[in-house]
Design a protein around this ligand. Structure first.
Ligand code: IMP
Ligand code: MG
Length: 189
């Protein structure tokens, strides 16, 4: 499998994580999760939209019975940071009572999304048997609030990354690798 040859890929300055690296790492995470949740009712809950691609690959590397669902959370702005409110735009379709929930996120950057959404606390209050977090990317240098991460795919430096579900202005999610954009892309609006 080579890198995707689309015009979108022309906007990439540098590939940070290749498609092959992602495939290998997702396989490892799937194995680890399958061992850790052996004999337990597991449900992956992806945070839309960024985590959809990671979740769909991850779930196929999990060898124990597993279900999945999605939630959507409004993104915060400067004002929501002070108000401390992030809205749940789309809730779970099914009950998670007595299920083991693994929240799947694309990237944990400042941590505000997970913190302000109270998603972990919310799921615990619905009597989930356990709630843990799995993020594809962890950007610890940018962390502003502490969030517990139980599984991560890769650590990334303090750079804005796109691809494999991560977007810039609604674009680049479909790229099969993680990369950084050419500086001129940001200038072009
Ligand atoms: P946080 O609330 O700062 O932890 O950021 C989490 C959300 O911000 C992620 O789910 C992404 O949607 C977005 N985000 C943060 N950093 C990046 C990045 O480098 N590329 C693309 N999206 C990002
Ligand atoms: Mg996101």
């Amino acid at each position: 499998m080579g890198q995707q040859k689309t015009p979108l890929a022309n906007d990439i300055a540098q590939v940070l994580i290749t498609e092959e690296q992602i495939v290998t790492r997702v396989m490892e995470l799937g194995e680890q999760i399958s061992q850790d949740y052996e004999g337990k009712a597991l449900v992956l809950v992806g945070i839309l939209k960024g985590a959809a691609i990671f979740l769909s690959d991850l779930v196929r590397q999990i060898t124990i019975p597993v279900d999945y669902d999605f939630v959507a959370i409004s993104s915060y702005g400067a004002d929501t940071r002070t108000s401390g409110v992030v809205r749940l735009l789309k809730d779970l379709d099914s009950s998670i009572e007595s299920k083991h929930v693994l929240v799947v996120e694309d990237i944990v950057d400042t941590g505000w999304t997970l913190r302000l959404s109270y998603i972990v606390e919310n799921f615990r209050s619905r009597k989930a048997a356990s709630v843990r977090v799995c993020t594809l990317l962890d950007k610890p240098s940018e962390r502003k609030v502490d969030v517990g991460i139980d599984y991560y795919g890769f650590i990334v430096e303090d750079r804005y990354v796109v691809g494999y579900g991560l977007d810039y202005d609604g674009r680049y999610r479909s790229l099969p690798f993680i990369g950084v954009l050419k500086p001129e892309v940001y200038g072009g609006g």
